[in-house]
Design a protein around this ligand. Structure first.
Ligand code: PMP
Length: 352
């Protein structure tokens, strides 16, 4: 009799390594914003606690209605997910059969290869340009008949680089219509370059473009898990079909709406983070580091073989960053004081 064992291919599944939390250390590892939830958001969540004996609205109707107004997109083209990482997985489940290909740049968001493999799709990685940006020409050249989906992370996690409207438009014009292009805009609110497009605009005129957004970053709700997709209607419906029932909980739905109500205040916080990002990058450049321009709430240190030593040095200084061994380290922009500590530790490392 064969014994019970998990799927054999899970042995080769890359691990998602979440940012560590260490007592007394500053966490700059997960691209969270440093400020806690606003009082108005806390109040809304607290009030909603009295109803958690009931299941949440499976279709997140109130949140979808609100997003529909905000984005001027019909509700039928909106889907909610348990964080946008869940929507990444739902996207693949919605369009890929076994053996179909999901294409993405590498390095990019570390969940892409995982969700592809879990869904029995084949993750295809296309190297970044020497300037640490997405190589759209190479991605185009990598599309085959089996390609069903392309993730375009803009700005790119972990490098912070962002594509311009014209580049994306040229790419979209060349992508075959059977391929869904998913513009992952988790860091959109930190973009200051006016040439970087709002991906939702592409979804108004094209049948094969979707956009992913999240409440985890600028809106400060990473712990509550809620994101959304703007997609062609058949894809939005398919996302709902593969959705794990009730996975966006009622507190998350309420908090997302309360955060949209408080958008002005939250986006003002983002502007502070953006100012800090520029200050930190300028200081690092002066120290001699190569840091690509970032349009997100983190900066990328392409340190290659020195990456792990850098992360260990930071840990010695009570700073938790995110190393990708052999490649580089990603460091989230924190409060001005936290950033000062980062800069002091980086200055020491540069002198080693
Ligand atoms: N996309 C990108 C590019 C990300 O960096 C992240 C979070 N690290 C996500 C999606 C997922 O975010 P969440 O699931 O918290 O919405």
């Amino acid at each position: 009799m064969p014994s019970l064992s998990p799927r054999s291919d899970l042995e080769s599944l890359p691990k998602y390594v979440p940012g560590r939390t260490i007592e007394g250390a500053i966490k700059l590892a997960s691209n969270e914003v440093p400020g806690g939830p606003l009082p108005s958001v806390q109040q809304a969540v607290t009030a909603a606690l009295t109803t958690v004996n009931r299941y949440p609205d499976n279709g997140a109707q109130a949140l979808r209605e609100r997003l529909s107004q905000e984005l001027d997109v019909p509700q039928e083209r909106l889907a909610i997910g348990c964080g946008s990482v869940s929507l990444c997985q739902q996207m693949i489940q919605a369009v890929c059969g076994p053996g179909d290909e999901a294409l993405f740049a590498w390095r990019s968001f570390e969940a892409y290869p995982i969700v592809a493999q879990v869904a029995h799709a084949v993750g295809v990685k296309v190297p970044l340009t020497p300037a640490h940006g997405l190589d759209l020409d190479a991605m185009l050249a990598a599309i085959t008949e089996r390609t069903k989906l392309v993730f375009v992370c803009n700005p790119n996690n972990p490098t912070g680089t962002a594509l311009h409207a014209e580049e994306i438009e040229r790419f979209l014009d060349a992508v075959p219509p059977h391929v869904l292009v998913v513009l992952d805009e988790a860091y959109k609110e930190f973009v200051t370059d006016s040439e970087v497009p709002d991906g939702v605009e592409f979804t108004r005129t094209r049948d094969n473009v979707a956009v992913l957004r999240t409440f985890s970053k600028a809106y400060g709700l990473a712990g509550l898990r809620v994101g959304y997709a703007v997609a062609p209607e058949p894809i939005a419906q398919a996302l709902q079909q593969v959705y794990v029932a009730f996975s966006v909980n009622s507190l998350a739905q309420i908090a997302a709406i309360a955060s949209l109500d408080a958008a002005d205040e939250l986006l003002a916080r983002c502007r502070d983070i953006i100012a800090e990002r520029e200050r930190v990058r300028d200081a690092l450049l002066e120290m001699g580091y190569e840091i690509p321009p970032s349009q997100a709430n983190f900066v990328w240190f392409p340190l290659g073989e020195r990456t792990v030593a850098f992360a260990e040095h930071m840990l010695d200084h009570k700073l938790i960053v995110r190393p990708f061994a052999g490649d580089g380290a990603r460091v989230t922009i924190g409060t001005p004081e936290e950033n000062d500590q980062l800069l002091a530790a980086a200055r020491e490392f540069a002198a080693i």
